[in-house]
Design a protein around this ligand. Structure first.
Ligand code: IMP
Ligand code: MG
Length: 331
């Protein structure tokens, strides 16, 4: 058994769904497992010309691959069934493909009510924080306690270590490095570990990890209560051209230039081997290419200059592959 991991290197919304989709199409994965988070996540996926937004269910389902909500996740049961219905209504076969780790924790109505009152962090109000708090307080409900989930339950140990020893797993992370509870800008973070290491808490040990796909954007976006976007019309332009709206809450995402030092740190802590930059064409459309290095803005006069600088800067990271992708290419 071995596994690849997809991890977001900024503040979520860098296009992990797109990378999952591309890897599922060309890889021979037997399982796709979401390793952290709940329905605070929103993955926008274009499949056969249709747009799907999934919150819980990993993108493996579009390719007939077993798709599992892992033990590191928290689950809203009614949202889970709603998504299955939306997929079925959109012509995607889900039967026998979707599973929930029996030890994943449950988001309850109380969690939703409590998180609904948040104003300090700017959460997605999906009950994520209270559900994780109760998990660590040892008061949580787990998937195996919910009768409606019985047909979907899976024991990740049995599945990956006993029944299918030759599994090839793709782990799909949620949120991103800048929102990680330990490595993000606390308290403006989510309530789980988003970094690649968190994948290994879903029954796959570190020695079985093969590639780590880090996903970044040509600029940064963030949704939440802290002030993130600097003054300047240019950022509104990027927001518009990049269609930067939260997939879960519809909120406008705040925009800033890419911080290259932060990206390097994310690559190092996540152990990235393969790097994808999404939405390169957005900066090209507005004809402005800048990034921040050591708190100082650096301007470039072409996409070529911008990408050359990034590639040169990242040479010491010894990445196996770097890909640049465009917003226009939906898939
Ligand atoms: P929570 O995860 O709903 O508790 O929200 C905590 C912070 O993480 C807020 O700033 C949210 O906007 C942000 N957040 C949570 N999930 C996502 C995501 O999938 N993409 C981007 N931001 C997210
Ligand atoms: Mg998202």
């Amino acid at each position: 058994m071995f596994a690849d991991i997809i991890v977001d290197l900024q503040y979520g919304d860098c296009g992990k769904g797109k990378v999952t989709h591309a890897l599922c199409k060309r890889g021979n994965y037997t399982h796709v497992i979401r390793y952290n988070g709940g329905c605070n996540a929103g993955h926008t996926i274009f499949h056969n010309g249709h747009k799907f937004v999934t919150h819980h269910i990993p993108a493996g389902v579009f390719f007939n691959i077993k798709s599992i909500i892992g033990s590191g996740c928290v689950l809203n049961v009614s949202q889970f069934f709603k998504e299955i219905k939306e997929l079925e209504d959109g012509g995607i076969k889900t039967e026998g493909l979707i599973y929930v780790a029996k030890n994943a924790h449950i988001i309850t109505q109380d969690h939703l009510d409590e998180d609904g009152k948040d104003t300090a962090i700017g959460t997605t109000k999906r009950g994520n924080g209270p559900a994780y708090r109760d998990k660590y307080d040892r008061k949580g409900l787990r998937a195996k306690d919910i009768p409606e989930l019985r047909p979907y339950l899976i024991d990740l140990y049995e599945e990956l270590h006993i029944k299918n020893k030759d599994s090839i797993v793709l782990f799909e992370g949620a949120q991103g490095f800048g929102l990680d509870i330990d490595w993000g800008d606390y308290p403006y973070v989510t309530s789980s570990n988003c970094i690649s290491a968190a994948a290994c808490m879903n029954a796959v040990p570190p020695r079985n990890i093969r590639h780590i796909w880090g996903v970044a954007k040509a600029y940064e976006t963030y949704v939440g209560a802290k002030e993130f976007q600097p003054k300047g019309e240019i950022f509104n332009k990027i927001q518009e051209v990049g269609e930067e709206y939260g997939a879960t809450t519809g909120r406008k995402r705040q925009v800033n230039w890419m911080d290259i030092n932060f990206l390097k740190k994310a690559i190092q802590i996540n152990g990235v081997t393969h790097l994808v930059f999404n939405k390169m064409d957005v900066l090209t459309e507005i004809e402005s290419w800048s990034l921040v290095e050591n708190d100082t803005m650096k301007r470039f006069d072409s996409e070529k200059g911008f990408t050359e600088f990034i590639l040169k800067y990242l040479v010491p990271q010894r990445l196996h592959q770097v890909h640049f992708s465009r917003h226009k290419d939906k898939i």
